[in-house]
Design a protein around this ligand. Structure first.
Ligand code: NAD
Length: 253
């Protein structure tokens, strides 16, 4: 069963990460959440009974320390959920270079480093799991999101490579690709677009964000957590290297 297994969820004090952390606790795992070390993040973790690991994933040394602290706090590490991320919107010609570096580090290099440093722990039980939260933007592009889309495409490549390397040890590695999910990240984008396009937030949701979707309703973080729960479960032992779309039909066309 899942009982007694130890999980680390990055970006685990907000949105999709928090929903995954809560769901894994319900499933009987011991869970730590990694996030930027801010009082509010610590409070969220504490309020949900989650161990808190303060780290900035744009820094290599923090990734190393985060794995060590998690193993110490949970007495092991069987499940790694690489979920932390952020968006920046600008055309390539104006895209800030430091922002590009930070986004690639947080959303691609950190999942590599955490996988590398955690590997000896993740392969111990024979039921280890890496779940990479990519995006529908790991498959398809939209304008003005060059760093995000490049990082997410790369994360799918890392997922497939790690799956091939991990198979013999019962460690599965999969990617989840959500369409738009109602989280602080997306609420911010809706507000921005409403302002810049002179639309209501409702119009931005329906006409801009959900335009390519078959189901015209934003996902909830719990919907992503339910899929993550399955991927982490022992029943999913044979699923690895999979790129799992949960995208309201966006990529069906
Ligand atoms: P969110 O902003 O609610 O949560 C992201 C978390 O990552 C935050 O807690 C943030 O503090 C943390 N984080 C950011 N930079 C960090 C850093 N340098 N070090 C440590 N932590 C850092 O966002 P969300 O919508 O829940 O997104 C979670 C993941 O899901 C992201 O990878 C995002 O790309 C992906 N995703 C989101 C959607 C969506 O519609 N919301 C769709 C597809 C994919």
């Amino acid at each position: 069963g899942m009982e007694g297994r130890a999980a680390l969820v990055t970006g685990g004090t907000s949105g999709i990460g928090l929903a995954i952390a809560q769901r894994l606790v319900q499933d009987g795992l011991r869970v730590a959440v990694l996030d930027l070390d801010r009082p509010q993040a610590r409070e969220v973790a504490q309020a949900h009974g989650l161990a808190f690991i303060g780290a900035d994933l744009s820094r290599r040394a923090d990734c190393r320390r985060a794995v060590d602290e998690t193993v110490a706090a949970l007495d092991g590490l069987d499940v790694l959920v690489n979920n932390a991320g952020f968006q920046h919107i600008d055309p390539i010609a104006a895209f800030p270079e430091d922002t590009w570096d930070a986004m690639l580090h947080v959303m691609l290099t950190a999942p590599f480093l955490l996988s590398k440093y955690a590997w000896p722990h993740l392969t111990r039980s024979g039921q280890g799991r890496i779940v990479n939260v990519a995006s529908i933007h790991g498959h398809v592009a939209s304008p003005f999101k060059s760093a995000y889309i490049s990082a997410k495409h790369g994360l799918i490549g890392l997922t497939r490579t790690a799956a091939l390397e991990a198979g013999e040890q019962g460690l599965t590695v999969n990617a989840i690709c959500p369409g738009y999910v109602r989280t602080p990240l997306v609420e911010g984008q809706i507000a921005d677009q409403a302002r810049t396009r002179g639309l209501t937030e409702q119009e931005v949701e329906q006409k801009v964000m959900l335009e390519p979707a078959a189901i015209k309703r934003l996902l909830n973080p719990e919907d992503i957590a339910a899929l993550a729960s399955y991927v982490v479960s022992p029943a999913a032992w044979g699923m690895t290297g999979a790129v799992l779309d949960l995208d309201l039909g966006w990529t069906a066309r």
